[in-house]
Design a protein around this ligand. Sequence first.
Ligand SMILES: Cc1ncc(COP(=O)(O)O)c(C=O)c1O
Length: 387
Amino acid sequence: MPYVSALPRQLVETAVERTVREHGPVALQYGSGQGMPRLREQILEVMALEGIRGSVDDVVVTTGSQHALELMAKLFLDPGDVVIAEGPSYVTAITVFKSFQAEIVHVEMDEGGLVPEALRATIVRLREAGRRIKLLYTVPSFHNPMGVTLSWQRRMEVLEIARDAGILVLEDNPYGLLYFDQAPPQAMRSIEEDGVVYLGTFSKTLAPGLRVGWALAPHAIREKLVLANEAAVLSPSSFSQHVISEYLDTADWRGQIDTFRGVYRERRDAMLAALAEHLPGLRWTVPNGGFYVWLRLPEQLDSKAMLPRAVKELVAYTPGTAFYADGGGRDAMRLSFCYPTPDFIREGVRRLAAVISGELTLLNEFAQTQPLPAHPERQSVLPPNVG
Ligand SMILES: Cc1ncc(COP(=O)(O)O)c(C=O)c1O
């Protein structure tokens, strides 16, 4: 969850008050299925910060970028189609693609994001098997859940591979503006217009409760997205769109994004320092933005099985398996540093380290117990000293 408390109440109150005072009847009315023209212009200004140039005509406002994912899946996916996605991938994108009966095929990632050679090989393998690949879904900047960022060089390579293979790229970029030290490379959509559908959102740079995101799509796709949007919700919330538009007009929104960056940078630092102190034997990613660290466990541990034990100690994480459609990720977990304060992060990591250490001790004890003597009536899998 984004740390919305870092957003000064005054800024929101002004935007809401102006919305009611100056746009009341319109803001309370149904709106256009494509979204407010004024807000779409402002969205172009936001995207320009990441090198994107587009036409206001090709922006479609949606109910969060989550809804844009759903609309894209609805337009493009038939049962049995393949969506290529990073392994791991954003859990609720996997849910959407699966709900349209597509198969998600993961492509290996490393510290530098999606590995282009692995992508190339996956496409060849799938095509040889006669599979129909519809989309390449990617979160290139401050990836959810890994926290890593695709380099400029790799962005070019991935786009070239997708172009050669005729595969549409779905670039999902909620975190690109939330960098800590250095801005990420410009969006993939800034390089390629026709082959990329770009998704953005106000959820992380303003507030997720407003539920406003958008898609920037090649013209032909944009037309279908508007129809699908209307079919689903008639129009995205007029009220939220007006509030955001007023906020962008009246508040120092760039300065507010800087404030969020500062908050999240401090929390990232707290998490990395706590990991180094309490779990020095493990490996984790070092994000330069966004919300997440990906922690690798010793391979004999199972992050999903361990979760109830962690929750009992009042520390929680998302098990790695949530981010794979194929059962992978057992020995990894996503840690979020966005919402808890640095003190809570330090305490949480300390508790997590104690849970991991307890789990390892237990496993070692089991490993040292002697197997039961073979006996037809004693099929228990428990070691002799249990139960
Ligand atoms: C990668 C990614 N895409 C999309 C979303 C959905 O965001 P929203 O619907 O709030 O815009 C999230 C939210 O966490 C996300 O991490």
